[in-house]
Design a protein around this ligand. Structure first.
Ligand code: HEC
Ligand code: HEC
Ligand code: HEC
Ligand code: HEC
Ligand code: HEC
Ligand code: HEC
Length: 309
């Protein structure tokens, strides 16, 4: 193992990051400080702490999220607190979780309403160009809304549209300003907030602007902003295995301190020590290396650089 450690330190880190899995996003980690290999006796004993903890790594995902707030009683869904399963649904193999989707996991509360007087209208979620096109089509949107709510006479529709556009302009100086507010505002106390239009028992969150959840920067094409891509890792311990189905005996929160995490940057994963409660002679569950590792070369072998040594 010591010879292997020495040799490993001369190889590029990419040689060790050979594991991939279709559709999964692997958390990108730097080379471990002590190298990839170590000489030690047992998992429960001197097996190294997981790299995310030993190097105090942080989650760099550019999506604002606050587990503590969403799991507190302040946020309600049909009169009850949110549970992990409202956002984290097992994948088909029941080993990991499905990716989070705005439409499935956020939209029911963060519906992107922008006009307190007309909460039926929503900004379409997605590319900034689509949002701009929608905002430029607002007179048509209001006209459609008027028809849907039973206005039939052309003159009444025109009056309704003119009144709504005037109200909007009173809040946002002109169309461009409204667009800027929607892209860049992040403070829900700003006027775009619509919560007052609903009852106090409403679970809905106030919409401020895209920057409420996203990192939004100016400088895209045609004066549009750039939304930093949301990359939510779904494999964190990339050189070990894990299987949630085999751990259904334990509560989610024994391994993930989600209810007390306020920042996306927190990595909510258990330490090696917590695994040894079970994976140890005292815990009675296997601690053999092959329980958690498969040290086989990827199909096709290691890159030539590795085999040349
Ligand atoms: C309202 C939706 C929502 C609920 C409810 C929720 N999560 Fe999350 N969870 C997220 C989002 C969004 C992310 C990705 C952003 C981040 O990393 O904070 C995430 C990420 C995670 C991660 C990945 C690791 C990490 O640090 O990013 C774990 C583990 C996790 N959640 C566990 C839990 C557990 C356990 C519960 C229940 C106690 C829970 N979550 C409830 C939305 C939710
Ligand atoms: C059941 C309703 C509900 C769901 C589902 C939900 N949220 Fe929220 N969210 C809220 C409420 C309510 C607030 C608090 C609003 C306020 O204080 O004005 C909030 C606040 C936030 C904030 C501001 C956090 C802070 O620290 O102030 C962000 C960012 C956010 N949510 C992102 C998300 C994302 C991303 C998802 C989907 C993964 C999501 N929410 C799903 C109801 C929800
Ligand atoms: C309540 C939080 C929230 C708000 C507000 C929000 N988004 Fe998102 N957005 C998300 C989440 C979560 C994802 C990642 C999951 C997904 O793609 O569904 C995402 C993904 C995206 C993506 C990437 C989609 C893809 O397919 O890769 C774009 C572009 C985007 N958002 C634009 C916007 C714009 C523009 C706004 C403002 C009109 C906005 N978002 C408002 C939560 C939010
Ligand atoms: C015995 C400890 C343990 C328990 C119990 C546990 N997890 Fe995990 N969880 C982990 C570990 C370890 C990882 C990292 C797996 C990896 O990177 O392959 C993880 C990863 C995750 C992730 C990141 C995304 C993914 O697909 O892996 C989410 C989300 C998550 N767990 C949610 C939950 C929820 C919800 C529960 C309860 C139903 C739960 N976990 C129960 C240990 C646990
Ligand atoms: C509450 C006890 C408990 C804890 C804590 C625990 N495990 Fe396990 N683990 C088990 C049991 C029980 C099995 C199933 C053993 C079997 O099938 O023979 C298992 C099996 C596994 C397997 C084999 C999965 C498979 O596909 O066969 C892996 C990998 C694993 N655990 C990793 C971990 C890691 C990593 C941690 C810490 C983050 C951890 N476990 C924490 C009880 C636990
Ligand atoms: C209960 C599960 C479990 C057992 C048993 C286990 N490991 Fe690990 N091991 C892990 C996890 C998880 C990591 C962290 C992987 C990561 O950060 O990507 C890890 C990391 C390592 C590392 C650090 C290098 C690296 O890839 O970052 C080495 C070396 C290692 N294990 C070897 C062993 C050996 C040898 C044994 C048997 C004596 C063993 N492990 C037993 C789960 C386990």
């Amino acid at each position: 193992m010591e010879a292997s450690l020495k040799q490993g330190n001369t190889l590029p880190a990419s040689v060790f990051n050979y594991r991939h899995s279709a559709g999964r996003h692997f958390f990108q980690v730097p080379r471990p400080e002590q190298g990839y290999t170590m000489a030690f006796q047992s998992f429960a004993g001197d097996h190294p702490e997981f790299q995310i903890h030993s190097q105090h790594l942080t989650d760099t995902n550019a999506l604002n999220f606050n587990h503590a707030l969403h799991l507190s009683g302040l946020v309600q869904l049909s009169g009850r607190k949110l549970a992990c399963a409202d956002c984290h649904q097992p994948d088909a193999a029941n080993t990991h979780f499905q990716p989070l989707r705005f439409d499935r996991h956020c939209q029911s509360c963060h519906s992107l309403q922008f006009d307190a007087h007309n909460p039926q209208l929503h900004i379409p979620h997605g590319e900034p160009a689509g949002v701009r096109a929608y905002l430029r089509s607002l007179p048509t949107q209001y006209a459609d809304l008027a028809r849907r709510s039973g206005l039939t006479a052309q003159a009444d529709t025109e009056k309704f549209v003119a009144a709504q556009m005037r109200l909007l302009r009173e809040r946002a100086f002109n169309g461009e300003n409204l667009e800027q507010q929607i892209f860049f505002a992040s403070d829900p106390s700003k006027q775009l907030a619509v919560d007052t239009a609903r009852g106090p028992e409403s679970p809905r969150a106030r919409f401020a602007g895209c920057a409420y959840c996203h990192e939004v920067k100016p400088g895209g094409v045609d004066g549009l902003p750039r939304i930093t891509p949301v990359i939510t890792p779904d494999r964190w311990l990339i050189r070990g295995e894990f299987n949630h189905a085999k751990h259904a005996i334990a509560n989610c929160t024994t391994c993930h301190a989600a209810p007390s995490s306020r920042r996306t940057a927190d990595i909510l994963l258990p330490t090696k020590q917590s695994c040894t409660e079970c994976h140890s002679p005292a815990g009675g569950v296997s601690q053999s290396c092959s329980t958690c590792h498969s040290y086989h070369a990827p199909s096709g072998g290691f890159p030539s650089q590795a085999s040349s040594h």
